[in-house]
Design a protein around this ligand. Sequence first.
Ligand code: GLT
Ligand code: MN
Ligand code: MN
Length: 411
Amino acid sequence: MPLTPDQQRALVARLTAACGGSYSPDERRKHFISGPQWAAAYEGHAIFHAPTRKPVHFETVIEHFAKIGINHWTTHDTDVLPYDALGNDKQHAIVGQIDACLKKNGLKCSMVTTETFHHAVFAGGPAGEQMEVRDYAQWRLRNTVSIGHELGASYVVYWPGSLGYQFQGIVDEVQTLKWFAEGMNAACEADIEIAKAKGRPTMLHCMEAKPFEPQAEILLPTSDAMLAWIFSGQLKYPDMVGLNPEYLHELMWGGSVRASLARALLCNKLFHFDINDGYRLKHDVDIAIGLVNPFDWLNVLVLLRTYNYNGPFNLDFKPPRTTSNDGVFDISFPTAVDRFITLWEMAGEVMTDPILSEAAAALRDGSGIAPGQDATSIFEANKELWNLHELIAHRLFQILIGAHKGRSFSL
Ligand code: GLT
Ligand code: MN
Ligand code: MN
C-alpha cells in the first residue's frame, strides 16, 4: 500500500517502537558519550552528492541530545561560528548563547576542534609555505582553545586533513612537519596561559589521523605516525598531546583497530576516541557504530574496558543521506548510542564469562613441562591447549548472538 509522507513517518515510528530494546535517557547518560554538532547537522552532501537534509542549528542539536540522553556535545569552531564572527564580539555573543543553551539543557561541551581544512585559505594545507597562512592557522588554534575554556571543555581535537599534497616533490615533508609542530606548540602555550588565568586545568590535545583524503598523500596518515611525531622532540609540551583515533580511520588503511588502540594505550596516549564503523580500504563512509563490524567492536570494547579507558566515546558518524531530518534524532543517534551500550555490556559479559576466564588461565599456565631448548617437546606438550584459541573465538560469537544466555536456533 503506497504511503504519504505523513503515513511514512507513522510507519517508521511504529516500527522503531516495535524494535524495542532501547535504553532510557538516564541509562544512556551514565556513559561518557559525546555527540558532534557536525554529525547531527550533516546535510548529506559530498563530492558526488547534493544535500538531502536541511541545516540544523546548534540549539536544535543540543535540545535533541538532551532528550536522547547524550550529555556531551562537541563542535568545530566554524560549525557554529561564521567566518566573520571568529575572534570578535560576534563570537563572544554566540559562544555565550551556546553556553546558556548547554546549561539550560544540562549538557556539557567536552571537546572543541578547529576546522583547518574547509576554507579556501587552507587549500595548501594548514602548515603551508606561506608564513601568513601558518600564522592564521595558529591564531585559529589559539582561538579554539579559548572557546574550549569558555565552554568548559577538557579536550581539543586536531584532524590535519589537508596536511599533505597532490603532487610529488612540491612539499618539504620534514619542514612541513616542523611547522605543524609549531602550530601545536602555539595551541598548548595558549592553553597553559588561559588555564592559569582562569584557574582551570589545561586541556588534553588529541591528534586524529585519517589515511586517505582529502589529499592524495597525507603526512600523518595513521595514529602511529602521529605517535612518532608527538615523540619527535619537536613538541614543547608532548605530555599535553595524545591521540583521538577514529575507529574507521584505523580500519581504512587495512590495519587492526585493536592493535592501533593497544599501541596508543601502551604509550598512555589514548585520550579520546571517535566511534563509528565502515569497511577496510574504502573511503571514509562514517557509518554508525556496530552496523558493519559488531564482532570487532565487541572485542574493541573488551580491550578498552580491560585497560580502563575512561575518556569520551565521540559519535563521529554521518547519518546516511537516506535518513530524514527527523530520522537523525529519532533513529540515527538513539540507535547508535544503544548499540554502543549493548556492546559495552556484552564486553562486560566477555570479561566475566567463566568459560573464557578458565580458557585464558589455562593458556597462560601452559603444560608445566620444564623450560628448555627442545622445540618439539614444547610443541607436543602444548598442542592440545591451543585448541582453546578456536574455542574462545566460538564462545565470543556465542556471546555476540546471545547463545550464552540460552538463545538457540532450531536445536
Ligand atoms: C572531519 C573528519 C572527522 C573529524 C572531524 C574533526 S572533521 O569530519 O572526517 O573524522 O573527527 O575535525
Ligand atoms: Mn573523526
Ligand atoms: Mn571518518
